[in-house]
Design a protein around this ligand. Sequence first.
Ligand SMILES: [Ca+2]
Ligand SMILES: [Ca+2]
Ligand SMILES: [Ca+2]
Length: 281
Amino acid sequence: MQAENKPPVVTLNTPSPSVGSEGSAVQFTAGATDNCDSASQLSFVWQFSDGGVGYGPSVYHTFADNGTYSYRVTVCDRAGNCTIADSNIVVNNVAPTVDAGPDMTRLWGLPVAFHANGADAGAVDNGSLLYTWDFGDPNSLVGAAGQDVSHVYSMPGTYNATVTVRDKDGATSSDTVQVTVPKRATTLTYTGPVQSLPNRRITLTATLTDSLGQPVAGALITFTVGSQVTTGVTNGSGVATASLALNQKNGSYYPLSASFATNTKYLGSSALPGLFKIGNK
Ligand SMILES: [Ca+2]
Ligand SMILES: [Ca+2]
Ligand SMILES: [Ca+2]
């Protein structure tokens, strides 16, 4: 008398303790014995609640997002006797990563363009990452949102801008980019006279421009004629004007200079237009 052909006996060897991570392949293995067929003669079909399928006693499956998923393996012998085994797996969210880009140098007052690259192991999260920026600027505490943003630093300094990326499940990570904002260089041009009759009151003038060719306002300019010194402050056109009552000896030449030391925004510069003559032309 022939033995009854029974369905296979299935044992699920799931990852212990039945957890995985989004975006990472998880191995699922089932063992089965059968009273008539050898293990290699049995068929294994896997079905996952995210729609995935697999074939064979051991399969890999990657979940595109976190969540709790059910799965089923159906093991059949050659006679069509089948056994179903069901289980669940908890797939954890994985925090995204982000790169804030290379350090930058930009003059104050000019827009700095930021670009961050974020990535998420979960394919679903990867398409909906949210970026927020803190520019590290005490003069502008409002940040910005977006993968590409721009900010203008109003003062020289060294700033650390931080980008934070967040996935739809609330996991975050951050990166920092350093922005160096140097003072602008300046050019001072003397535009006043280089000769005067003695004992006259003369008007000395100079123009200060920055490395972008823009006039520098509010800068203290020091004029020197021989042993006499006077100062003026540049106006909105970058022009400084100073008055000086000449008291030095007639008939001689005197060193003439104009200079700007430095201030919080600009580097210093000076003009050496040559000698100033006191006397007739
Ligand atoms: Ca059987
Ligand atoms: Ca996720
Ligand atoms: Ca994620």
